[in-house]
Design a protein around this ligand. Structure first.
Ligand SMILES: Cc1cc2nc3c(=O)[nH]c(=O)nc-3n(C[C@H](O)[C@H](O)[C@H](O)COP(=O)(O)O)c2cc1C
Length: 194
């Protein structure tokens, strides 16, 4: 069971499609008894735009980025959760820049030394919510899914994903989609039971 879930919303649109779908996933997971926190990655205060490759985290004994800003605490908290869900719109066939800035700071949760990799994510599972305007095959959403797959494989895990195609920018239209709401809530329930 995933009792404690963190959703990282990487959309710059506060009330956009990704936020709406993430909210429904949260509702579904909470209905199964999970506690769910949503972090708005686009509105965190960053001291640098992404990882600045200082390698300070590789020298440090801690699994914590040495740049002290709001992203540091969020990333360092990943091992406290049963499940971390990345939520991103597809922007130019990939993850949004806003979520990538946060994800690159995950370097600090790893120690790469002498051909060995150590990390502190043994107890955490990962999932993906991704929304896009195009269809499943041409939009780039499969590339986003593949990126999360690579990350989770790297730490010996598999991920679950909810990929939502064909959404128009007008989020009022998305809010009306009862079938999508049911699908997202089901996904949330599935995550809570994972
Ligand atoms: C800068 C930008 C780039 C986009 N690139 C793609 C794309 O490559 N493929 C696609 O299917 N949709 C693309 N879209 C559409 C969004 O993925 C889609 O509308 C998404 O649901 C927006 O989520 P949001 O409201 O959370 O931002 C793009 C939209 C923007 C603003």
């Amino acid at each position: 069971m995933s009792e404690k879930i963190l959703i990282i919303n990487g959309s710059p649109r506060k009330n956009g499609n990704t936020a709406i779908v993430s909210g429904w996933v949260k509702e579904g997971a909470e209905a199964e008894g999970a506690s769910v926190k949503i972090v708005d990655a686009a509105r965190l205060k960053y001291k640098t735009a992404g990882c600045c490759s200082c390698y300070g985290c590789q020298v440090s004994q801690q699994f914590r980025c040495v740049i002290l800003d709001e992203a540091t605490d969020v990333v360092a908290s990943f091992p406290d959760y049963d499940l971390v869900v990345f939520a991103s719109p597809v922007y130019f066939f990939g993850l949004s820049a806003q979520i990538k800035m946060l994800m690159d700071r995950m370097f600090s949760l790893f120690k790469f030394s002498g051909g060995k990799t150590i990390h502190n994510l043994q107890k955490v599972n990962f999932a993906l919510i991704s929304t896009c305007g195009g269809d499943l095959h041409d939009s780039g959403v499969e590339l986003v899914d593949e990126t999360i797959k690579k990350i989770t494989h790297f730490i010996g895990k598999t991920h679950k994903s909810l990929l939502i195609p064909s959404l128009v920018p007008a989020f009022e239209e998305t809010e009306k989609k009862e079938d999508l709401k049911a699908k997202a809530m089901d996904f949330g329930k599935k995550l809570a039971k994972w």
